[in-house]
Design a protein around this ligand. Structure first.
Ligand code: TRP
Length: 329
């Protein structure tokens, strides 16, 4: 039996190169080896009260990005969370044994409460419970997660064990983090520090569906400095980042050329960024085209979502029926 892998992403619009190299590219490889569930966590995004048009638009964009990146609706269950309403029932059950104290200690809750002090709603508090429901409803063995999500996965294990204890059953197994290890390629942002991410500002990330002109503008604004003064000098953080970005989208020859220019103090960052921008445009072109095609064909995308929802609902329905029986309904 294949093990089950599950991952969700909030509907934030287009995914960026960091998402692609950090997770998506590996998800594509996992499709054959595992029983995969990949979904757009649109219920989760309600904690910030998005307007309906944006919610719908961004959900569809993420779905299109997933497909464009190579997730195959035939191989995995690719679905929109809100199409599988069984998850809400499990969320309710799990909420009965999620305690206020532990929910308040969640780092993401504390962060969000600070970011949106006027909207510290109960959905925000119980966000990890909904996430646990996402995972447990398909009895996922593995969840590929970044550092920031480890606490949520721990919560899923706690709630699984608590349910088992409460009802004296061995029903839920503990989901484990899935580490990509060496396959994980870190993608820095364009602002000279840290990793690529939308939360660091739109200009820090290059999106899979981004238009060439916008890519050019952003890359040309990437942080650099006045250049090396000694041969073979160690690269400062911001320069390392530009080289790292080039290493994932450009040809090895191109990278060698600029390495050499750096080491001999002849580098012109303007030229390097021009080249990087063109290579990023080439790299993202197939994604952009696929995304645009997928979004233009509304019925086609609906059909993809429906196919995924159907698969996910079979597994979710089974869990909910069993859980209801255990609880005494
Ligand atoms: N909380 C995750 C994030 O912000 C998204 C998510 C929702 C998720 N449900 C999940 C991730 C289940 C993994 C498994 O990125």
């Amino acid at each position: 039996m294949k093990k089950t892998v599950l991952s969700g992403i909030r509907p934030t619009g287009d995914l960026h190169l960091g998402n692609y190299f950090g997770a998506l590219k590996n998800f594509v490889k996992m499709q054959d080896e595992f029983n995969c569930y990949f979904f757009v966590a649109d219920y989760h995004s309600l904690t910030t009260h998005p307007n309906p048009e944006n919610l719908r638009k961004n959900t569809r964009r993420v779905l299109a990005n997933y497909v464009a990146a190579g997730l195959d609706p035939k191989k995995c269950a690719l679905y929109i969370q809100s199409d599988v309403q069984e998850v809400v029932e499990l969320y309710l059950f799990l909420n009965m044994s999620a305690y206020l104290g532990e929910l308040e200690r969640s780092v993401t809750f504390k962060d969000k409460a600070r970011q949106q002090p006027d909207n510290v709603n109960a959905g925000l508090l119980t966000y990890p419970v909904l996430q646990a429901a996402d995972i447990l409803i398909h009895k996922a063995h593995f969840v590929p997660v970044g550092k920031d999500q480890e606490q949520h996965l721990e919560m899923a294990r706690t709630l699984a064990n608590r349910f088992n204890h409460l009802y004296k059953v061995e029903y839920f197994a503990e989901p484990q983090a899935y580490n990509f290890g060496e396959q994980l390629v870190k993608i820095p942002g364009l602002d000279g520090s840290g990793k690529m991410g939308k939360s660091e500002g739109e200009a820090n990330a290059i999106f899979l569906g981004e238009e060439p002109e916008s890519i050019r503008k952003k890359v040309m604004k990437a942080v650099t400095d006045s250049g090396p003064t000694e041969p073979n000098q160690e690269k400062p953080e911001a320069i390392k980042n530009i080289f790292q970005l080039m290493s994932v989208v450009s040809k090895p020859d191109t990278l060698d050329f600029f390495e050499n220019a750096y080491n001999t103090c002849q580098i012109r960052y303007g030229d390097m960024k021009k080249q990087l921008a063109e290579d990023m445009i080439l790299f993202t072109a197939p994604f952009r085209e696929r995304i645009n095609d997928l979004l233009a064909d509304e019925k086609g995308l609906d059909a993809i979502a429906a196919e995924g929802a159907e698969k996910a609902r079979i597994s979710a329905r089974k869990t909910i029926d069993e859980v209801r029986g255990i609880i005494g309904f």
